[in-house]
Every structure is written in C-alpha cells, then in structure tokens.
Design a binder for this molecule. Structure first.
Ligand SMILES: CC(C)(COP(=O)(O)OP(=O)(O)OC[C@H]1O[C@@H](n2cnc3c(N)ncnc32)[C@H](O)[C@@H]1OP(=O)(O)O)[C@@H](O)C(=O)NCCC(=O)NCCS
Length: 162
C-alpha cells in the first residue's frame, strides 16, 4: 500500500502542506517556514527527497543530504528531514521512508547514515531505534523551545553491517 519514489517538482505543494501540518516545537527547533516558502531548494533537490505515497496520495517524505561537504566526510549521509501527514501516520510510511533512505545511502556508497532528533520526540526516536539507529551523542539543553531547554540527540546507523 505504501510506495516510495523520488520526489518530482510537481510534489512541491503536497510537501509544503505536510511541513505545515507537522512542524511543531516537538519536532523541529526551527520556526515554521513562512507561508509560501519553497520546499525544494539547493539543500532539498528532488533527487535527494524520497516521497511515500499511500493509495497514490503523497503522504510523507525524507530528505537525504551530505551535511558537511568535504571529501573526508563523503562516506556519511544524513536524513535531514522526515515527516508524514498526520492523516496517514501509523500506516507504515515513516518506516518505509527510513528503509528507503538506508537503501539509497548504501547505493550512494555511504558507510554511515546519521540524523538529529529532539529528545522529547518519542515517536521518531522509537522509529529510528527500530530501524537500527543508535544514539551517538546527546547535546544537553541545546534548544530553548516553548520555555523548555531541550536535548538534541545524535543518532546514526552503520551501513557496513546488516
Ligand atoms: C515520526 C513519524 C515520521 C512516523 O511516521 P509514521 O508513518 O507514523 O510511522 P510508521 O507508521 O511507519 O511507524 C513506525 C514506528 O514509529 C514509531 N511510532 C510511530 N508513531 C508512534 C506513536 N504515536 N507512538 C509511539 N511510537 C510511534 C513506532 O515504533 C512505529 O512502529 P510500530 O508501528 O511497529 O509500533 C511521524 O510521526 C511524523 O511525521 N511526526 C512528525 C514529524 C517528525 O517528528 N519527524 C521526525 C523529526 S526528527
């Protein structure tokens, strides 16, 4: 039922809508993007965005990037964004997007896939752990969000083992 494919430029409006629906202080330390802010850009090219469709509807996305653009860091890719439309959550799209991200990172020759997740984001942390990601570090009190100091958790998956 869940199909994962690369994004196309015509997904722009659907992806922006998913951001609007899911962007809260629990999931992102950055302010909500202003209305009309483009989804695609230099750091989110369609070729780096995986889209999950459920029954033909764009239900979620994951963005892959090389966060530090150095040759010495080329073996590490990052999942820089993951979101599923609340209307389609708990249907397996998040897991399929993470599995597809792992497969695509391997296809690109990466040895490690990393990500950051806010400490209180239990849903996402559980998903990442069940996909083989482990905590590599915790930046304590890294963000002040809604009056609370919140940890930023660094997680990664080794791609050289199963
Ligand atoms: C995190 C998120 C992407 C999960 O997407 P999803 O499509 O609902 O996930 P799935 O249906 O594939 O579920 C996969 C696993 O995630 C975890 N999970 C998802 N929703 C959960 C919930 N409400 N409570 C507890 N665990 C949950 C579970 O481990 C689940 O596995 P299970 O179904 O075998 O128990 C989605 O909740 C989301 O978009 N949240 C807002 C944005 C966000 O937090 N992004 C991550 C930023 S780091």
């Amino acid at each position: 039922m869940v199909e994962v494919r690369f994004a196309r430029l015509e997904d722009e409006a659907a992806l922006r809508k998913i951001d609007t629906l899911t962007w809260t202080a629990d999931v992102s330390p950055a302010p909500t993007p202003p209305g009309g802010a483009p989804f695609f850009g230099d750091r989110s090219r369609p070729a780096d965005v995986l889209v999950a469709e459920i029954d033909g509807v764009v239900a979620g996305y994951a963005v892959l990037s090389q966060d530090i653009p150095l040759a010495s860091h080329a073996h590490v890719l990052e999942v820089r964004g993951l979101a599923v439309d609340p209307a389609y959550q708990r249907h397996g799209a998040g897991r399929r997007l993470m599995e597809a991200s792992v497969a695509e990172a391997r296809r690109r020759g990466a040895r490690k896939l990393s990500l950051r997740v806010l400490g209180p984001n239990a849903k996402a942390r559980q998903l990442y752990e069940s996909c083989g990601f482990v905590v590599e570090g915790i930046l304590r009190g890294e963000f002040l969000l809604d009056g609370q100091y919140v940890d930023d958790v660094l997680m990664a998956r080794n791609l050289t083992t199963d």
